[in-house]
Ligand binder design. Structure first.
Ligand code: ZN
Length: 341
């Protein structure tokens, strides 16, 4: 049943899907939108299971089971019949997931879907095609998909998944029924971390604060030893203004080279300067609670306006990261700016 534990705080979208299922009014195409990592894919798979379940539906609760919460709505599926098990194991021939190859979903991928849809499903009551990161379809792929949406085949359903509705062409979105997924509150992510991963509440709070409303971010952060990297980075930040220029340049080179960690590192740097600004006003609101004493010390050393301009410099770098310009040069500039007393 992997993946279903991700459906936290999604009572409303689950209720919409349950109602569509019960009333047998599921459309040919759905569009799931919402922040990355809040359970859209897990919900699409749960829906595929519910549409195809052949077991005695015992009312599986696609919920996190938090006892203090009222039981949420449930997609009825047994989880143990052949169909449910095949979908859970990702080897059901009629449940098709399409995801970007490189930066794009290409027309060949959508053409393959078209060919599949032209045939009858092998065994499913309802064949489900899930298009992950649908915003990555290039123009020709989008146009090919439009053909499917205009003439939807029988016994088939399309689920498009994207962060924002506006990332897709209006000709596509207008043909899909939208289902909006919620961000997950910091509190719920933190209690999930404590319960499922056994971290102490203070550490869980920090991860939750940095996970940006996404449970899968939180999972990745814990699995990829983000806390260890953060500890190192905060020690660097604390002593940045004491470092010689050569050390700053070496650090910039390291950041630019380890590109896959850069976005996460910039978030940590941002949280550090944010905390330096907040510290004099409300220490309970600090993100980096575990290094509160170091924040207090660094915060008092310099004027708030200086911290603020450094925070802005980090934010500028974050938008430059998306534009993918010369990272090393940009990081050098940034670190020199951040090291100013
Ligand atoms: Zn089943």
């Amino acid at each position: 049943m992997s993946g279903f534990d991700l459906l936290i705080n999604q009572e409303r979208p689950i209720r919409i899907l349950t109602t569509l299922l019960k009333n047998r009014t599921l459309p040919h195409a759905l569009l799931f939108t919402g922040t990355a990592g809040v359970g859209k894919q897990a919900a699409a798979l749960a829906l595929a299971m519910a549409c195809n379940c052949r077991g005695e539906t015992s009312g599986f609760i696609a919920e996190d089971g938090f006892e203090q919460e009222p039981a949420g709505p449930a997609l009825e599926l047994c989880g143990v019949c052949k169909s449910c098990r095949k979908i859970a194991a990702n080897n059901h021939p009629d449940i098709i997931q399409v995801q970007p190859r490189g930066p794009f979903i290409k027309i060949e991928q959508i053409r393959t879907v078209l060919q599949t849809l032209a045939r009858k499903p092998y065994e499913a009551k309802t064949r489900v095609v899930i298009i992950l990161e649908a915003q990555c379809m290039n123009a020709s792929a989008s146009n090919a998909l439009l053909k499917i949406l205009e003439e939807p085949p029988d016994r088939s359903m399309l689920v498009l998944i994207a962060n924002h509705r506006s990332d897709l062409l209006p000709t596509i979105t207008s043909r899909c029924q939208p289902v909006q997924f919620n961000r997950i509150s910091r509190k719920r992510i933190a209690s999930w971390i404590v319960k499922e991963r056994g971290l102490n509440p203070q550490t869980a709070e920090i991860v939750a604060a940095m996970a940006n409303g996404s449970l899968s971010n939180a999972r990745t952060m814990i699995d990829e030893n983000w806390l260890q990297g953060r500890k190192w980075l905060i020690a660097e930040l604390q002593h940045l203004s004491l470092q010689p220029a050569a050390r700053l340049l070496a650090l910039a080179e390291k950041f630019a080279r380890e590109k896959e960690s850069l976005a996460g590192r910039l978030e940590i740097i941002k949280s550090w300067f944010r905390d330096l600004i907040i510290n004099p006003y409300d220490r309970r609101k600090l993100i980096n609670q575990d290094v509160g004493d170091r924040i207090k010390e660094a915060s008092g050393k310099t004027d708030t306006r200086v911290h603020l301009s450094k925070l802005e410099a980090v934010q500028k770098m974050q938008s430059r990261l998306k534009a993918n310009t010369n990272l090393r040069l940009s990081m050098e500039k940034l670190l020199i700016e951040l090291a100013k007393p």
